[in-house]
Design a protein around this ligand. Structure first.
Ligand code: MGD
Ligand code: MGD
Ligand code: MO
Length: 775
């Protein structure tokens, strides 16, 4: 394949989000992926009652989908799976691993679907075919040879179904470890660890019905036009009804300005559009904690005034007294907090913080949504607590049209956690699992993503297995992750498409190709459905519709069952019977996990069923039995502050984010059209005043290095400066190209999530590369 010269252009995008621009891109995509006629129909079955759950994002389906919900990026996800291009044994015979390593992630993605199980052959540096049974025997041999089950780690990416994930965790726990690193560790972990302390469960409290009546929606650190396009439908309706929508984001994301709905022909035909956000607040990176604390402080000030004047209170006193603990200490901390500190640390002027407080206080039904802009920082858990505090102050949790709305990433990442993909399982869950399956599960907490990499490097994890995902590229500190994977005795990937994790492998390595969610999954002559849970706790069934990409694929569930059968035998569990009938796995989930009563029946209802979220009903499953206000100081001694003390204003805080044409590490194409970037990815968004301060010009090429105190050089080279409306001292660039810059030790408090949105870096003059670096 020709090397892609970085010949892109930068051109501001003036059109609304979605609309005709999206339709054009959809057509281009279908042609590029050579999706065949039969498979076009699939696109119209996305999120239909009798169709499959979109493998794109975790946003729920509207009205349980009686109308076709058009989503450009959903189409891209489906087209990527329905592509007619294939990676066959002949492809592997023609390409050494060393030669494939020179290709970019975009190029690797273009080769298409994997067709056969493959094993690495060190003599030729190539993958060669292996029979399925031999692959299972090889895994069993390595797992049985370990001194302790804790020397193996079992990764999960959030696309796996409830059935596959449940069987996987059962197998791994019977094998003897809780080593379950998962994509969630790098994603919404701050939410999952933060919310149980405040409201008793690590999930959101709203449903789509709440979006229909909310009067105020505040979107923190999220880019829905790209990452959750169907959310724009809810925002459009809300905006038309007169709801106030605020975006809190260092970038003024164009996709949140105006939206043309493909569901509304008149809007399309008349080139009309609907205004989405009315207010944009642009904190500096990581400034949300101080910003939200400032809003809360302002509410207390207003409330103290109201109390003095005898006017209506600003806080919801009844709710606070009946349902919460710790309010007085919280209010006292706010009264003592310094305005100048809040302004400096948020990067937002006091009058704007007060403005946001006014908007919030005027709302009777307020939803706060959040994404990676909140969760990938040093103090993410504290920020999630502060968000929860803010909503509790006015009783905005457990009220219709109001609540907490973390917007998850992968389409079943929430379901995976629900059914047991969790390196820190509760003892209650383990008790139940042990009882149902008659074994003693391992009790010690297992390794998360960052710890897994550390243990691989130390030689303490020797076998790595991945249920989906792209561990090598999604994790921080790319070169150290590579070292870790390469020091394993065996690496195994259950996977649909070629990615770099297959190329950065252990001494022995397997690629096990699997069915995607869009494909028909027949076991024992019967088409099987799988179930998933979306971001709003709706569980529903999904049936594939396309012919499998190759006759030699196995389903994820079947692969796991065979690995378990080969490793553990059938004494305690008839693994292959589970693989032959997924309804049996759902029965087992029903027995083990709370809330799944009559799972097989309820899954048949159109739209599925809602898994109870106690906090939604003001039933607080916390230590105190109430919702807890949490007091936290504004953190000033951060890695960024320390690096700034050393390097002054030249020190930049880097956020790594997604372009419009990628799905995490999968690069579909090279445009990010709402941000005006075309034909390239190696760009850095930067404030024009910082370009001048650093002595550069717009369009100059730079290299980036990380400022960290462990003596390791971390760099990412050849990025073009792009003038952008972003706060001073903050820059943005795409992931995964920038992952070499994220130190393994740079993680959030409590959640151990890599701080992908706040990396201290320096910029150095560079040149245009002759060809694109592979990663
Ligand atoms: N098409 C597509 N869909 C996807 C994905 C994809 O890659 N492509 N990925 C899926 C996954 S796994 C996930 S987790 C979600 C991710 O979806 P998002 O949560 O939207 O993630 P990002 O694109 O990383 O960017 C988050 C936004 O946060 C802003 N931001 C960065 N730092 C800060 C900050 O300090 N404060 C605030 N307030 N904002 C900040 C950025 O400017 C950006 O607009 O999307 C899911 N859906
Ligand atoms: N710097 C930086 N790093 C980040 C982030 C960031 O914002 N910045 N975001 C983080 C986040 S939020 C996340 S969720 C992680 C994502 O981490 P991962 O989930 O590990 O990464 P993906 O890129 O989503 O995985 C893509 C691969 O999954 C496989 N795949 C696709 N569909 C299927 C399927 O149906 N079954 C199976 N078995 N395999 C399939 C394909 O081989 C594909 O190449 O990355 C994290 N890393
Ligand atoms: Mo994610």
């Amino acid at each position: 394949m020709d090397k892609l010269k970085p010949k892109g252009k930068i051109e501001a995008y003036h059109h609304p989000a979605a609309g005709w621009g999206a339709l054009k891109y959809v057509a281009i995509n279908l042609i590029k992926e050579r999706v065949s006629g039969g498979n076009y129909r699939t696109l119209f079955k996305q999120n239909q009652p009798d169709g499959f759950d979109c493998p794109g994002c975790a946003w729920p389906d509207r009205e349980h989908a009686s109308t076709f919900e058009f989503c450009e990026n959903g189409v891209k996800a489906v087209a990527a799976e329905a592509t007619t291009k294939r990676v066959t044994p002949a492809f592997f015979a023609a390409n050494t691993v060393e030669s494939l390593m020179k290709q970019t992630d975009y190029e690797l993605e273009q080769h298409g679907r994997l067709t056969d199980p493959m094993v690495y052959d060190a003599l030729t540096d190539r993958y060669k075919p292996i029979a399925w049974d031999d692959a299972f025997a090889l895994i069993a041999k390595h797992l049985k040879a370990l001194e302790s089950p804790d020397e193996a780690a079992f990764y999960t990416s959030g696309r796996a179904s409830n059935e596959a994930a449940f069987l996987y965790q059962l197998f791994v726990r019977m094998y003897g470890t809780n080593n379950f690193p998962d994509c969630s560790n790098m994603c919404h972990e701050a939410t999952s660890r933060g919310l149980p302390t405040t409201v008793g469960i690590g999930k959101g409290t709203v449903t789509l019905e709440d979006f229909e009546i909310a009067d105020t929606i505040i979107i923190f650190g999220q880019n829905p036009a790209t990452n959750h396009p169907r959310m724009l439908g809810e925002l459009r309706e809300a905006s038309r009804r007169g709801a106030t929508i605020v975006s809190v984001n260092p970038l003024r994301e164009r996709g949140l300005e105006r939206f043309t709905s493909p569901q509304h022909p008149l809007e399309m035909i008349t080139f009309g559009s609907t205004k989405i956000a009315s207010t944009f607040i642009q904190p500096k990176l990581g400034g949300d904690f101080a910003l939200i604390k400032g809003v809360a402080k302002r509410l207390i000030e207003l409330d103290d005034e109201a109390l003095a004047n005898g006017t209506e209170r600003v806080i919801d006193l009844d709710f606070i007294q009946q349902h919460t603990m710790g309010f007085n200490a919280f209010a006292e901390d706010l009264r003592n907090e310094s305005w100048p500190l809040l302004e400096t640390e948020s990067g937002v002027a006091r009058e704007d913080i007060e403005g946001l407080a006014r908007i919030y206080a005027n709302g009777k039904r307020v939803i706060a949504t959040w994404g990676m802009g909140i969760t990938q920082h040093k103090h993410s858990v504290q920020t999630v607590h502060m968000l929860s505090n803010l909503l509790l102050m006015r009783g905005n949790i457990g009220r219709e049209g109001a609540g907490l709305c973390p917007v998850r990433g992968h389409s079943n990442v929430q379901g995976n956690r629900t059914v047991g993909i969790e390196e820190k399982p509760s003892q209650a869950f383990l008790d139940r699992l042990g009882k149902v399956f008659n074994f003693e599960p391992p009790r010690e907490h297992g390794l998360d993503v960052v710890e897994t990499v550390e243990h691989m490097i130390e030689g303490e994890v020797k076998v790595f297995m991945g249920l989906g995902g792209n561990f090598a590229m999604a994790t921080p500190d790319t070169l150290r992750t590579f070292d870790g994977l390469r020091s394993c005795r065996l690496t195994v990937h259950i996977t649909t498409k070629l990615n770099r994790s297959h190329l950065v492998h252990g001494e022995n390595a397997l690629i096990l190709p699997t069915l995607g969610r869009t494909e028909i999954d027949v076991q024992n002559g019967i088409a099987q459905g799988v179930s998933v849970e979306d971001s709003m706790s709706m569980v529903h069934i999904s049936y594939g519709m396309n012919k499998p990409a190759s006759p030699n694929l196995m389903s994820e569930t079947a692969i796991i069952a065979h690995v378990a059968h080969a490793t553990l035998g059938d004494d305690k569990v008839d693994w292959l019977a589970y693989a032959g009938d997924y309804a049996k796995i759902r029965d087992a989930i029903e027995q083990t996990v709370e809330g799944f009563d009559q799972y097989n029946e309820r899954i048949q209802h159109p739209g599925g069923f809602h898994l109870r979220v106690a906090s939604r009903e003001r039933d607080w499953k916390t230590d105190t039995g109430k919702a807890n206000f949490m007091v936290h100081p504004v953190q000033q001694d951060t890695p960024i502050a320390r690096a700034k003390a050393q390097h002054g204003e030249r020190l930049m805080t880097l956020m790594t984010t997604r372009s419009h044409d990628q799905y995490n590490t999968t690069i579909y194409a090279l445009d990010d059209r709402y941000r005006g970037v075309f034909g390239q990815r190696r760009v850095v968004f930067i404030n024009p005043a910082d370009i001048a301060m650093l002595g550069f010009k717009n369009g100059d090429w730079v290299d980036m290095t990380t400022v960290w105190d462990d003596g390791v050089e971390r760099r990412a080279d050849h990025f073009r400066l792009v003038e952008y409306d972003i706060p001073r001292g903050c820059i943005g660039a795409y992931y995964p190209e920038t992952n070499p810059l994220v130190p393994l030790k740079s993680v959030g408090d409590v959640c151990n999530t890599p701080t992908s949105k706040s990396i201290p870096v320096l910029l150095h003059a560079s040149s245009e590369p002759l060809e694109l670096p592979a990663f």
